[in-house]
Write a protein that binds this ligand. Sequence first.
Ligand SMILES: Cc1ncc(COP(=O)(O)O)c(C=O)c1O
Length: 384
Amino acid sequence: MKTIYLDHAATTAVDGTVLKEMLPYFSRRFGNASTLYTLGHESREAVERARKQIAKLINAEPNEIFFTSGGTESDNTALKGAFLANAGKKHIITTKIEHPAILQTCKWIEKQGGRVTYLHVDANGIVNPQSVANAIGEDTLLVSIMHANNEIGTIQPIEEIARICREKKVMFHTDAVQTFGKIPIDVKKMNIDMLSASSHKIYGPKGTGILFKRNKIWIDALMHGGGQERGLRSGTENVAGIVGFGKAAEIAMQKMKSEGEREKKLRDKIINGLLKIPKSRLNGHPTKRLPGNVNISFEGIEGESMVLMLNEKGICSSTGSACSTGSLEPSHVLLAIGMTHEQAHGSLRLTLGRETSAKDVGYVLKAVPEIVDKLRSMSATWRE
Ligand SMILES: Cc1ncc(COP(=O)(O)O)c(C=O)c1O
């Protein structure tokens, strides 16, 4: 049975060209990038090339890019680093729908004496920029608002929010793990001070990410040691991973427009097809959403049962974010957009990618209604 992978928001397969670029750095070119001989220089050059490739994708300066182990580390570094470096200001503003990498970091900051405001979102998952402006006070240090949500795909008006922050002299960080390489980002034009991104969401290897930090922003390091990454992130560089991320960013930049348009068409075909199922609803904004994101709830259905039945038909899907699967708690994102616990439990997320074809979409549009019918017919409580 063919596998139809529709969980690209969780992770992606490493692109063949990316893998080819990485391979020499596991064996022949194994040098430590901090050493003085040719083997080390080759690694250093490869790391700096990747830094340029990544900087170009978001219109940053290469020396504003810091390599990390992924989105989680970048989010932790941005928030904790800012909090630790600015002892006077203790207030952080974020939203209720952030990834746990932000929300759990905020909880830690609260334990250290910080104060965090968790802003509400509307029924489509959008943060009102005016609510950000209203929440900023004398002691506000940082605003952190994700560029797009990993579950419902809603894209936030971060340009407007960042402009408010710049005017009020408050740092602005965005978790762009789901948008980096997928929709345009210009850190200069958008007034972004810090940005987190991750390689494995854009067909690069797992365990590599970046924190973009504008040169005028000061934060403390969380990792201390040999002083790599200009002291912000000590530890021998993951050269092969960094090389892979650089190449993945270059390819993403080339493909962004055409692939975005292609995925958007397939996405809308799935959404329109699945909304024909009675008592179904789309979660997230109808148009301000990631090109590859579908998130739909079906009344009277357990999302987990649907994921397992889709798996039997070779389809990989998800019901909340991959990070929270295994927990019986309904998604905090779906609750924040006003859904009941019951509705939130009946949600299905399908996230498309480069290898998703029109044929796959046809298969999904046949499989999902059959499964919904079957699950509803088995339910003791379901009444149409
Ligand atoms: C919005 C968002 N932030 C952060 C992360 C964490 O990134 P990583 O897996 O690279 O640690 C993810 C991963 O799912 C994500 O979707």
